[in-house]
Design a protein. Structure first.
Length: 211
């Protein structure tokens, strides 16, 4: 991979990472409810999910998913239902003032591994991410040279840009946490983010691709 190609991918990676989506919603809400330190587990899960998607595309399964309506639909509906589930859970969240995140949601302890798995599922259950990676990534990979080093460069670049951007969005959630003292404000904040998750799930359910 030449320097010019890498710089082009670096810019593209930033644009992709900064664009709003389920991952951004996941970071903001996790930072809001758990604080920055614990929310790092969610970010780690998102990165593991991104690497999973990259691996799927790298070994050629992405092309199979793109060409198979059944496989695509299964992943699409799983992802849509999962996002809607997250939205419903957000709607049902407690409305007590959040002053110090304690690792619980509605009084139930949420272990770090659950936050990690939640982040991983958000990324791997989104077939749009697989198709987008499948469509964009080949433009930056030279088929006439060794593939593995190029994929490693792409993976490290993606991890760097996504960790930076997701950490920023998580910090925004933490900052918002400091402003939430009124239960009514918290109720509508929960409902607002819950609605966004549900809308994202519905949008994913209605997404179609051309084989």
């Amino acid at each position: 991979m030449t320097l010019d190609t890498w710089l082009a991918f670096f810019v593209a990676a930033w644009l992709i990472c900064l664009s709003p989506g389920p991952g951004v919603l996941s970071c903001v809400t996790t930072g809001l409810r758990h604080g920055f330190g614990r929310a790092l587990w969610n970010i780690a899960g998102l990165q593991a999910g991104a690497l999973t998607v990259l691996a799927i595309v790298g070994v050629g399964l992405g092309a199979v998913l793109a060409a198979s309506p059944i496989a695509f639909s299964l992943i699409k509906w799983f992802g849509a239902l999962y996002l809607i589930y997250l939205g419903v859970q957000q709607w049902r969240s407690a409305v007590a003032p959040i002053t110090a995140p304690d690792g619980t949601e509605n009084g139930v302890a949420v272990p770090p591994r659950a936050l990690f798995l939640r982040g991983w599922l958000v990324n791997v259950s989104n077939p749009k991410g697989i198709l987008f990676t499948l469509a964009v990534l080949p433009q930056f990979i030279n088929p006439n040279t060794a593939q593995l080093p190029q994929y490693l460069i792409v993976a490290v670049t993606m991890l760097f840009t996504d960790v930076c951007s997701m950490s920023g969005y998580t910090a925004l959630g933490v900052q918002a946490l400091r402003l939430l003292r009124n239960p009514e404000t918290i109720r509508w904040t929960n409902r607002g983010f819950g609605t966004l998750f549900i809308v994202a799930g519905v949008a994913l359910a209605t997404f179609h691709h051309t084989a």
